[in-house]
Design a protein around this ligand. Structure first.
Ligand code: NAP
Ligand code: BLA
Length: 324
């Protein structure tokens, strides 16, 4: 049976979804929601009708709604679609607050519908390389993960506004989710953040967040995230130090260092990830194939990201309750 899909958003992620859906035999992209002229051209290019997101969420002809719009709209759209008994795929983050995200997961259970949160970082070459070599470093004791993205001039875009995107570690949830996926529960966090914005509803041109996370295993992690005008050097670097060795990834160059010496690790390039996420969902719905990630795991990383926000706002360390 063909899965009939409505897509909300017309930006980068939405274009990748549209491409993936047109290439998938078991799915048909029936409707698109967008607010600008890009929506018209995308809907014409793929032969889909142009509707409002409210109409897509309510359309009885659709089986699945894919939410690829700004973060602030994720939760209201997911709620409307689940209430109308649609399966839902949403780009991360599921919601801006963990309590809203938890409510949506419950709603999906009540409605007996799939709620899938995209986490393409888990499908990417860096994560696969870290996962497959992690056992070589012994017990992980220290992790440092830094992504800095200079952007000049900073764009006046939704992703540079706290009210539309959420706290930077919520918007860039993949930075936290990679770590909770590999290292499990977090017991305590501390975070400092800096934005040059007049208010939450104003565009900032630089943000910089620096966090320390203590994992239940005892692992100490330092995570730095920044983007915008007042940064001058691009950086994407992960370092894991364990009892028996170390893994270091600088952009796409990986190394494993142990007592036996240093070996290079190949990292697959970052493309085709939205296509793989889309295929995973369609194959799950059509053939009951397992998905690579759960909404519950996404919610856990969102709890950690929100604790980082609380810490940054209060200047205090924040403890997380152990998972029940
Ligand atoms: P984008 O290229 O900036 O597109 C965002 C889309 O949101 C726009 O095309 C716009 O389409 C819609 N929109 C609705 N209200 C808006 C507003 N007030 N201001 C600006 N746009 C508005 O963003 P994106 O990178 O595709 O991100 C979309 C979602 O995917 C986000 O949740 C992001 O976190 C997630 N994501 C993206 C990537 C990636 O590689 N880009 C990776 C992982 C997750 P209409 O106005 O036509 O509706
Ligand atoms: C993640 N990229 C993201 C996110 C946004 C963008 C909003 C989600 C939030 C975050 O994790 O930071 C937006 N990325 C952009 C924009 C550009 C960009 C506007 O590179 C402009 C060039 N995403 C793209 C493009 C690539 C891309 C062009 O838009 C190119 C390969 C990849 N973006 C990409 C990947 C992620 C991501 C792989 C997941 C983040 C991760 O791996 O941790």
């Amino acid at each position: 049976m063909t899965i009939r899909v409505g897509l909300i958003g017309t930006g980068y992620a939405a274009h990748k979804r549209a491409e993936a859906l047109t290439a998938t035999a078991d799915a048909e992209l029936v409707a698109i929601a967008g607010t600008t002229s890009r929506a018209q051209s995308l809907s014409q290019a793929v032969g889909a009708k142009l509707l409002s997101w409210q109409a897509i969420a309510a359309d009885p002809e659709l089986d699945l709604v894919i939410i690829a719009t700004i973060n602030r709209l994720h939760a209201p759209i997911a709620e409307a679609a689940l209430k109308a008994k649609k399966h839902v795929v949403v780009e991360y983050p599921l919601a801006i607050t963990p309590s809203t995200a938890a409510g949506l997961i419950e709603l999906a259970q009540t409605q007996e519908r799939l709620l899938h949160v995209e986490h393409i970082e888990l499908l990417g070459g860096l994560h696969q390389a870290m996962r497959s070599h992690l056992s070589r470093v012994g017990k992980p004791q220290y992790v440092s993960y830094r992504t800095l993205n200079p952007k000049r001039p900073a764009p006046a875009k939704w992703s540079y506004r706290l009210d539309l995107a959420g706290f930077p570690f919520v918007a860039a949830l993949s930075r936290i989710h990679r770590l909770t996926d590999l290292f499990g529960e977090v017991s305590q966090v501390y975070c400092q953040s800096w934005f040059n914005a007049a208010s939450a509803a104003a565009y900032y041109s630089t943000c910089l967040c620096s966090a320390q996370l203590r994992f239940a295993s005892g692992l100490i992690a330092e995570v730095t995230y920044g983007k915008g005008e007042n940064l001058w050097r691009y950086s994407r670097r992960v370092e894991i130090q364990g009892t028996d060795g170390s893994l270091v990834f600088d952009r796409d160059h990986g190394e494993l260092i142990t007592a036996q010496g240093t070996t290079e690790i190949a990292v697959a390039p970052r493309h085709g990830l939205f296509t793989r996420d889309t295929a995973a969902v369609i194959h799950h719905l059509s053939y009951d194939r397992p998905l690579y990630s759960s909404a519950a795991a996404s919610l856990y990383s969102l709890r950690v990201a929100d604790a980082l926000r609380q810490s940054a706002e209060s200047g205090q360390a924040v403890s997380l309750r152990a998972k029940p």
